[in-house]
Design a protein around this ligand. Structure first.
Ligand code: NAD
Length: 483
């Protein structure tokens, strides 16, 4: 099926889903194809009225959904998983069209995204609590977890499917109802996922979608609404900070998955072929547009020449092009502005003394940026402090471990890190000394629905995935029972 037909079938001008009904808005906004800069679709541009109506529906559906049996909710999530996997071709095409990532990356995202429905479907029936006796013996304590209530979910463009399912699945498993605002750059994938949820049997009003080009307006309406009991946000640290400020007015329960600046460490005895393979995944999956993307490479001086030669050769061979070409490994970056910012960062790093050691070829139309390896990067260069969010890999050579640890922790971010080492105990020692929520050890990827995803410092608050991801949508309550 051609992508234009898929998009036509979505009826994007009625992309607001409230109480199970597709709705238009007084105006629309345009979604572009980043590989061409050409428009793909006109999407309903919701505002305060649609935001409030979505909360009306979610609040109305809450009691029944929270009161449904765990098995009922689990079966629906399982069906959503199966339908999503069966629909992988269509979802892959949509992600490729609006986000631009390669078909391999898009398909990988669809499967990863679907896994959240399966994982949290499985968790939904594992209700847990505690029973205990107080030390004085005067009371028995019973601890239980109950759904927090209506949850507002706000997601970014870089994983249009997975960032939505990573929030929707635990919220639904916990018994919450939701209102979701996807990124304005990539609302079509969310719309397709909402179709799947309806087919899976999610009752009307349990999931509600507001597409908009006015994110602050919709988010403010939700954060100010007393019926909304939770905000779960994935996006930049700057926007997260703004939302936390607004959430503080109502002491609103908030989970924040924010920016990253992951170091990728290679020790003197690392397997260099494995390290290069991991580096290619950690840096170039999604064209570097991942919060977990390796942002800075710290390579031990004993192996620096070998690592740089092999990493450079692999980068130079990358096939950069539109996702429509199945051979493309790296797609465009998301926007013209992102491409300009990356080029400016490259230039300023070279002006600061770095060398372009390898570069792949990229098309001259669309928002493409050449995958680039930079060596001789000064340890205080701006690029090492900035979330690059693109296919540029700066390398710094290290010799002393204490100095290495100082460098890798010298950032306000603390999301992911990677260590390649020959001896596990060395990797673990470096990992333990790294301020990051997740460390890939001899692996270039950390995302896993069964593992707690999240960061320290200004990379966020809370965790998604794993058992703890369910607790983010639950309140703990305890009963003190007297004799
Ligand atoms: P962004 O912060 O610009 O946007 C994220 C979401 O917030 C979008 O839905 C956007 O429409 C909305 N938004 C923008 N301005 C807003 C405002 N003033 N009020 C309310 N909502 C607003 O981020 P982005 O560019 O879409 O995504 C890239 C960022 O997301 C990177 O920093 C990346 O590291 C981060 N990210 C983090 C994770 C994680 O799990 N930690 C995962 C993916 C992306």
């Amino acid at each position: 099926m051609r992508v234009n037909d898929i998009i036509t079938g979505l009826r994007a001008a009625e992309s607001i889903i409230i109480g199970g009904q597709a709705k238009a808005a007084p105006s629309t906004f345009t979604v572009d194809d980043p590989a061409t800069g050409q428009p793909l679709a006109e999407v309903a541009d919701g505002g305060t009225a649609e935001a409030v109506a979505a909360v009306d529906a979610a609040a109305g559906a809450f009691a029944a959904w929270a009161g449904a049996t765990p098995r009922f909710r689990a079966d629906i999530l399982r069906r959503a998983y199966e339908l999503m996997v069966a629909d992988a071709d269509r979802l892959t095409a949509l992600i490729c069209a609006e986000n631009g990532k390669s078909a391999v990356d898009a398909r990988g995202e669809v499967i990863y995204a679907a896994e959240f429905f399966r994982w949290f479907g499985e968790e939904a029936v594992r209700t847990e609590g505690e029973y205990g006796l107080s030390p004085s013996g005067l009371a028995r304590t019973i601890v239980t977890h109950r759904p927090v209530g209506v949850a507002a979910l706000i997601t970014p463009w870089n994983f249009p499917a997975a960032m939505a399912t990573r929030k929707i699945a635990p919220a639904l498993a916990a018994g919450c109802t939701v209102v979701l605002k996807p990124a304005g750059l990539t609302p079509l994938t969310a719309l397709a996922i909402f179709e799947i949820l309806a087919q899976a049997g999610v009752p009307d009003g349990v999931v509600n979608l507001v597409t908009t080009a006015k994110p602050a307006e919709v988010a403010s309406a939700w954060l100010a609404d007393d019926r909304v009991k939770k905000v779960s946000f994935t996006g930049s640290t700057g926007v997260g900070r703004t939302l936390l400020e607004q959430a503080s007015a109502r002491i609103l329960n908030a989970s924040m998955e924010l920016g990253g600046n992951a170091p990728f460490v290679v020790t003197a005895d690392a397997d260099i072929d494995a390290a290069v393979e991991g580096a290619m995944v950690a840096k170039f999956r999604n064209g570097g547009q991942a919060c977990t993307a390796a942002n800075r490479f710290y390579v031990h001086s004993d192996v620096a020449d070998r690592f740089i030669a092999r990493f450079g050769a692999a980068i130079a061979e990358l096939r950069v092009g539109p996702a429509a070409d199945q051979r493309s490994q790296v797609g465009p970056v998301i926007s013209a502005r992102a491409a300009e910012t990356l080029r400016a960062l490259l230039e300023s790093t070279v002006a600061a003394g770095a060398t372009v050691a390898a570069q792949a070829h990229a098309p001259s139309t669309g928002y493409f940026v050449e995958p680039t390896l930079l060596t001789g990067v000064p340890a205080d260069a701006e690029i090492l402090r900035t979330e690059i969010f693109g296919p540029v890999a700066p390398v710094v050579v290290w010799e002393n471990e204490d100095q290495l640890i100082e460098w890798i922790n010298d950032t306000e971010y603390g999301l992911a890190a990677y260590v390649y080492a020959g001896r596990l105990q060395d990797a673990l020692r470096i990992a333990e000394r790294t301020d990051a929520g997740m460390v890939g050890i001899n692996r270039g990827i950390v995302s896993d629905p069964s593992a707690p995803f999240g960061g320290t410092k200004q990379s966020g608050l809370g965790r998604e995935g794993a058992r703890v991801g369910l607790h983010e949508f639950q309140e703990t309550q305890y009963f003190s029972v007297g004799d």
